[in-house]
Design a protein around this ligand. Structure first.
Ligand SMILES: [Zn+2]
Length: 405
């Protein structure tokens, strides 16, 4: 689960580390305008016009954009480097700190719950730490390797090993950062575990994430050799019927059953390897800003494309699991309806327009239509399963091609 705010911060940080992007030498006056004065104005505006819901969105974007302008146009990173005397580890932290500080201030003044600090802590973990903590870990490993005089090729191997360590510990640190706790409702937990067993997950880890009744979401975490974990938010559990909850968890177990997480990781690696080789063959400078940006864009596009197909398969699996639970060998209306109605309930409770297009999932209306269209389809004849089969072959072949050429 990558949140837009943390993705924006990460892109800004990567841009900051590519000194070629900087257009002007750092000027204190402009840095003060973009990192201090403008954010104060944005937050004060939100404080005045608190009732307008769009204001928070506007202020969040304005704070981030203002920081990005300081990074991209006014060499904030170079200023930080001078200030910290190229001190390892702290440099990246200082680059991103103004954006984080103003976001925390914004969440504090716009907290929808009375315990403001608790709300700030929730947003901080979800929108910043979840992505930036592993990224900083990777940066730190790379810095230490360079500091120890490790050769360039070996640094890459060490970075890859650090990435694998992160992947291996992902379910553990994600649960810690989100402060998700094991589900205490025994009846619901065993009902969900049964769905997991049907999907071939013998020992599942079911966690509940307290979002102060703000977010209706479910997540599947854990790749290969890890506990297959399902995280459900408090609001989701409170607002869905037991059968709807079973269908949502079946969707998440679908991600585990069809190895979607390892294949998404493979997608990312394949795009990086293959695009590096192709761009090198075309004569581009691999360390340059253009290659870096095109690889970033390609990676995001590939993840969106593959995710959408995987989401569709997970939706279909939810209908299969619930139909199979009632003894059928083809998708029944009773098997397909709970996920469609769960999606409707989520849209209604969260005030989401059902026809609004979501980048990773498509619109709720289109998902409901696709699920209902499966009624009557035999388990062995589900079209999306065939598409995913060929997609996985294409991914493996592309990965091998990327390594061999
Ligand atoms: Zn999903």
């Amino acid at each position: 689960m990558i949140r837009p705010i943390s993705l924006f911060l990460l892109i800004g940080l990567l841009v900051a580390n590519h000194a070629s992007a900087a257009m002007h030498p750092p000027k204190l006056i402009w840095l003060m305008v973009f990192l201090l004065i403008l954010p104060i104005i944005f937050i004060a505006t939100v404080q005045v016009a608190k009732q307008a819901k769009a204001m928070l969105l506007f202020a969040t974007f304005a704070v981030l954009l203002s920081w990005f302008v300081a990074v991209y146009f006014f060499s904030w990173a170079i200023f930080v480097q001078k200030l910290t005397q190229n001190m390892l580890f702290v440099e990246d932290f200082f680059i991103v700190i103004p954006a984080i500080f103003w976001l925390l201030a914004l969440w504090f003044v716009t907290s929808p719950i009375s315990n403001r600090m608790s709300w700030v802590s929730h947003r901080f973990r979800l929108d910043i730490v979840l992505l930036l903590a592993p990224v900083f870990f990777l940066f730190a490993v790379s810095d230490v390797a360079v500091l120890c005089g490790v050769s360039e090729e070996n640094v890459e191997i060490i970075e890859l090993l650090a990435f694998l360590v992160l992947l291996a510990s992902a379910p553990f640190f994600m649960a810690k950062i989100l402060s998700a706790k094991p589900m205490s409702n025994y009846e619901l937990r065993s009902s969900i575990s049964d769905i997991g067993k049907m999907a071939g997950v013998r020992r599942s880890n079911i966690l509940v994430w307290n979002t102060h009744n703000r977010i209706m979401n479910a997540l599947a975490i854990g790749a290969i050799f890890q506990p297959k974990t399902i995280v459900l938010t408090d609001k989701l559990i409170a607002n869905l019927t037991q059968q709807e909850l079973r269908s949502v968890t079946a969707h998440e177990f679908g991600h585990h059953k069809y190895w979607h997480i390892p294949f998404l990781i493979l997608t990312t690696i394949t795009v990086m390897v293959l695009s590096s080789k192709v761009l090198l063959l075309m004569g581009f400078d691999i360390g340059g800003g253009f290659v870096f940006l095109s690889q970033l864009v390609l990676m995001v596009l590939a993840i969106i494309l593959v995710s959408r197909i995987f989401e569709k398969q997970a939706d279909a699996y939810a209908a299969v699991a619930l139909s199979a639970a009632s003894g059928s060998e083809s998708i029944t209306s009773e098997g397909a309806s709970p996920l469609a109605s769960a999606l409707g309930a989520i849209a209604q409770t969260q005030c989401i327009n059902p026809s609004r297009k979501d980048l990773l999932h498509g619109s709720i209306t289109s998902r409901q239509r696709d699920i209902q269209a499966l009624v009557g389809c035999s388990f062995s004849g589900i079209p999306i399963n065939k598409q995913v089969f060929f997609l996985k072959i294409a991914l493996v072949v592309s990965f091998l091609l990327g390594i061999l050429i």
